[in-house]
Design a protein around this ligand. Structure first.
Ligand SMILES: Cc1ncc(COP(=O)(O)O)c(C=O)c1O
Length: 387
């Protein structure tokens, strides 16, 4: 089996991840931050270790303003619903995932003005378009750092410079980039950064969070109200971080796994991770270009994207290609719209979608060669011949 669906969730996980989760459950699986006994304190240390590792990896100075959520979607909802008010303008792009598009559509129905900037045919956004869209009512710019359809990287440093000296916050959806691309939140001018634990951070599903920068502190309303184990005498949500946004028992066992995933990423080093991804992506792009009737979407340049490559094979639907690749070569990939309908409209592949290969640290050049070989075999058949 060749797993090329790492943009949906990374697999396999490093052995240390399930080991840390098992250790947590067996040795100190108490409720963190609730009780004063040794097990609860140990569980709290595990969670704090995860906070520190997230903060360090993402260039975010303050571990206590890393708020854990169950995924990037919840973190983005916290940022968007927590901040935007009727009458505000928010600037976004057509390359966004539904976890940005849908909350913004919901907020639009409540009087928020949403400016959706078109991107180029390769999925790239021009910062000049962002600058031109800024008005006196702009409260937020929200963009994905890397497209989950074509991997195209967004020029977040340039956009961060546009928002940094104005009363505009900048929120980055780093679901596809945290752990894959170096990120230094402070120097990039990012105020809110949503991440997910189960993709390039190699943690388990059910983990993610929002890093809240200095300029955004005190400006978000919580999505959830409830017990935090702190300030229990008050019947209102505490205002301090991270408790303000972490009502209810955390997924501590998941966070134990996330900490192990982060340790693994730190151990490999982002330079080596990015180099491995770039080598495999370049190999994949080269191979795809040599196959007749294949149309590759996106930048076509490994240096300008993450290890996410989408394509179509003329004469075949994307789901037929994905099914044939799995049946013939055990390739697991994802076909369709990838929760990003506007991106596919922009790329000219709506409503059918495309086949997406997304690579991870455990993929090898041999696997890429096998997947390409299987695709080549399909491509030489007469159009639509599924036999
Ligand atoms: C760009 C992007 N944003 C947000 C998400 C949502 O992540 P999660 O499923 O962890 O909420 C994804 C997931 O695929 C994504 O690719």
């Amino acid at each position: 089996m060749i797993y090329l669906d790492n943009a949906a969730t990374s697999w396999p996980k490093p052995d240390s991840v399930p080991a840390a989760m098992e250790r947590f459950l067996r040795e100190h699986g108490a409720n963190p931050g609730r009780s004063g006994h040794a097990l609860s304190i140990q569980a709290g240390r595990v969670v704090y270790d995860a906070r520190e590792r997230v903060a360090r990896l993402l260039g975010h100075g303050d571990p206590l303003s890393v708020v854990f959520t169950k995924n990037a979607t919840e973190a983005l909802n916290l940022a968007l619903q927590g901040l935007l008010q009727p009458g505000d303008q928010v600037i976004t792009s057509t390359m966004e995932h539904n976890s940005v598009l849908r909350p913004l559509r919901f907020l639009e129905g409540r009087g928020v003005e949403v400016s959706r900037l078109p991107c180029g045919a390769d999925g790239s956004l021009d910062p000049a378009d962002v600058a031109r869209s800024i008005s006196t009512r702009t409260r937020l710019v929200v963009l994905s750092h890397a497209s989950n359809v074509v991997g195209t990287l967004c020029p977040i440093a340039e956009i961060g410079r546009l928002t940094a000296d104005r009363e505009i916050l900048f929120c980055v959806d780093a679901a596809q980039s945290a752990g894959a691309v170096p990120i230094d939140m402070a120097s990039l001018g990012v105020d809110l950064l949503a991440f997910t634990g189960h993709k390039s951070l190699y943690g388990p599903q059910g983990t993610g969070g929002l890093c809240i920068g200095e300029r955004a502190k005190g400006r978000l309303r919580p999505l959830l109200h409830g017990g935090t184990g702190s300030a229990s005498d008050a019947d209102v949500q505490p205002e301090f971080l991270p408790d303000c946004f972490e009502a209810g028992t955390l997924n501590a066992v998941g966070l134990a796994g996330l900490a192990a995933g982060l340790e693994f990423v730190e151990g490999r080093g982002l330079g080596a991770i990015r180099a491995h991804a770039a080598t495999l992506t370049a190999r994949l792009l080269d191979g795809l270009r040599g196959i007749p009737r294949v149309r590759v979407l996106g930048t076509g340049e490994a240096a300008r994207q993450t290890a996410v490559v989408s394509f179509n094979l003329d004469g075949w639907s994307c789901s037929e290609v994905a099914q044939a690749l799995e049946e013939r070569a055990g390739v697991c990939c994802r076909a369709g719209l990838h929760c990003a309908p506007l991106a596919h409209r922009q790329l000219g592949t709506f409503p059918e979608g495309a086949v997406r290969f997304s690579l991870g640290l455990f993929n090898t050049e041999t696997e890429i060669a096998t997947a390409l070989g299987a695709l080549r075999e399909l491509a030489v058949r007469p159009k639509g011949d599924l036999s």
